[in-house]
Design a protein around this ligand. Structure first.
Ligand code: DAH
Length: 337
């Protein structure tokens, strides 16, 4: 019986001394696993004199209970102190870190909105690569050989002189007509490149949305109606548009399209340089030479086309005073819109 007492003291001390789950498990194995010291005591029961058996059995059972109780308590203690997980482990009870939601870039917002508006008029989205052929960017769009836009001062050419970074989204017109028969109704938003010196209103890369509608009997009135609708939807219900005569190699007649000033509603202010109007797009009726270049019959179909600058609209709509703000990717700036 003294031996039982001695084992009890030793076992309970060992439990208290166990500093982590591994040490505690070693104590458990030593004392109460099948070959442990406590089951071993029970095996001696047969050697105990008959009248003492009862008391002996009782004492071993008490030892077992005391061991189990101390063991469970120590185990819980170690777990709640983090002793059961490696030091420096992640504290799952701490609140998570908020990383913030992103916002859509103003250029993306406007592009999405334009797609939405034109899709209600039956337009689908067409796409083309940033690296274009000279044929798609200039030749098929009726630019004569010496046209100034072709100059290396204005256009980025690649090592292969037949390739360039597209200077406008108009080559998507060519690509689309070469691969689809009329009638067609597409818009093509995308990035363009020009050798411009950056300032508040110029950037060497910028975005346009191209539009093209080809069918029998498409007229300038269709162009005006559709662009008026776009202007009202994008800039506000009292926005007006006007056409000014202009020249583009790939349209005849050609116009420049102004929207009434979003800021002063036509009265005249700094944004519109006191004219009440802001130039938004180039447009016109597709030149018969373009139809011929893509294999359409100019006697059969007519079409209108337009190309508008997305940055221009974004700057006016959001009151952005310097185009470079749109490319510096300062989240504090961009998240305002
Ligand atoms: N591509 C012209 C530019 O970048 C804009 C333009 C004018 C596009 C007339 C057109 C158009 O589709 O018909 O200045």
């Amino acid at each position: 019986m003294q031996q039982i007492e001695a084992i009890k003291k030793e076992a309970l001390d060992a439990i208290q001394a166990a500093g982590d789950a591994t040490a505690l498990e070693a104590v458990r194995v030593k004392y109460i696993s099948r070959k442990g010291l406590i089951p071993d005591l029970m095996k001696h029961l047969k050697d105990i004199p008959k009248e003492e058996k009862r008391a002996y059995g009782q004492q071993v059972n008490d030892l077992k209970d005391a061991f189990q109780e101390a063991f469970d308590a120590r185990k819980a203690e170690l777990e709640s102190a983090g002793g059961a997980t490696p030091a420096g482990a992640f504290d799952v009870t701490l609140p998570g870190q908020w990383r913030g939601l992103g916002s859509k870039h103003p250029i993306t917002q406007l592009t999405d909105r334009a797609i939405e508006i034109f899709s209600t008029l039956g337009f689908t989205v067409a796409d083309g690569p940033d690296i274009e052929t000279v044929f798609n960017n200039f030749d098929a769009l009726n630019h004569p050989p010496g046209h100034p836009a072709r100059d290396v001062k204005d256009t980025f050419y690649l090592d292969d002189p037949n390739l360039l970074l597209r200077t406008h989204t108009s080559p998507v017109q060519v690509r689309y007509m070469l691969s689809h028969p009329p009638p067609i109704r597409i818009i093509a938003p995308g990035r363009c490149y020009r050798r411009d010196t950056p300032d508040a209103t110029h950037s060497a890369n910028f975005h346009q949305i191209e539009g093209l509608y080809v069918d029998k009997k498409v007229s300038l009135a269709d162009l005006k109606g559709d662009l008026s609708h776009f202007a009202r939807e994008a800039m506000g219900p009292d926005t007006k548009i006007r056409f000014r005569p202009h020249f583009f190699p790939f349209t005849e007649p050609s116009v420049e399209v102004d929207f009434s000033c979003h800021v002063c509603h036509g009265k005249g202010c700094r944004v519109c340089k006191n004219s009440g109007w802001i130039e938004i797009a180039g447009a016109g009726m597709v030149d018969p030479n373009v139809f011929t270049a893509v294999g359409y019959d100019p006697g059969e179909v007519t079409g209108y086309a337009f190309g508008m600058g997305i940055e221009r609209i974004a700057m006016i709509l959001f009151g952005i005073t310097d185009i470079r703000h749109l490319y510096e990717n300062d989240v504090r700036y961009l998240s305002q819109f």
